[in-house]
Design a protein around this ligand. Sequence first.
Ligand SMILES: Cc1ncc(C[n+]2csc(CCOP(=O)(O)OP(=O)(O)O)c2C)c(N)n1
Length: 321
Amino acid sequence: MNLSNEEKVGMFATMLRIRKFEEKLEELVLTGNISGFVHLYIGEEAVATGVCSALKISDYITSTHRGHGHLIAKGGKTDLMMAELFAKKTGYCKGKGGSMHIADLELGILGANGIVGAGPPIAVGAGLASKYKGNDNVSVSFFGDGASNQGTVHEALNLASIWKLPVIFVIENNCFAEFTHQADHQCCRLVSERAEGYRIPSVVVDGNDVLAVYEATQEAVKSAREGKGPTMIECNTYRIKGHYVGDPETYRSEEERASWQSADKDPILRFEKRLLDEDIADQNTLDSIRQEIQDEIEKAVEYAKESPAPDISELMKDVYA
Ligand SMILES: Cc1ncc(C[n+]2csc(CCOP(=O)(O)OP(=O)(O)O)c2C)c(N)n1
């Protein structure tokens, strides 16, 4: 692996930034400061971080309804995201998009998306554009086990394969689609078994191991940039929080959830231990990163709270392109 110690510590910081952003967000929703549906990514941080650490700024990603982690890992600004969640004028979509529509084209973020299974065709379109223009950008589409049952995903897989497009399909197998366990909503055990039907090479990784995700992505990116076409990466992970903030979670046991928060499973605790054990960083350094990120998130909330709401005269502006 070609990562420096500094880059590994940077990956730790990114996972922590996602976690702290979302912990604060959960609090803001539960206290009535933010309204609307919010889907948290807590527990899955190693997937977005490992993948995006292997990408360039000009590479594209498509996200999902559970998108904050993808956006932060690709470089999205926490203050602009928070302002968007508060429906403020200074937010990424001028306060009119909310959690599930945040995009930043300058960072290659083609958007979060409330339509399950809508990201893969967009990534395929971006992949086709890169191939047509002759640049070496790759497109990554993050999607869940549930989304993998959608027809749109199968059409996207077929086209990416037949046209050998530079697309990487990243499955976040977090064990659930809404309130249904993976074993109860699809006939395959691994989502990636489906890649074979489209002659797309696939790999299954521990999605809570950020370096394993990074390594698999690096291989897939290399192959895509060399014109060898798409790869599917299935990341096995677990959604620690409910499907949305407020989910009564009657479909799983407290013991099951707690087991994924243990020091040997939680992606951040695991990586922190590894950084310390391998002398990549000391506890003081990691603690000060934790404090810096906490401060950054507090500032993002202040920025959002102090920002103005969009003017009523702008109601119909920027909502259709
Ligand atoms: C086309 C469409 N169908 C149904 C829904 C309702 N819905 C929202 S999230 C979700 C489950 C998605 O599961 P998965 O793809 O595994 O992602 P996860 O929520 O586990 O991250 C469903 C069915 C939707 N938003 N869009």
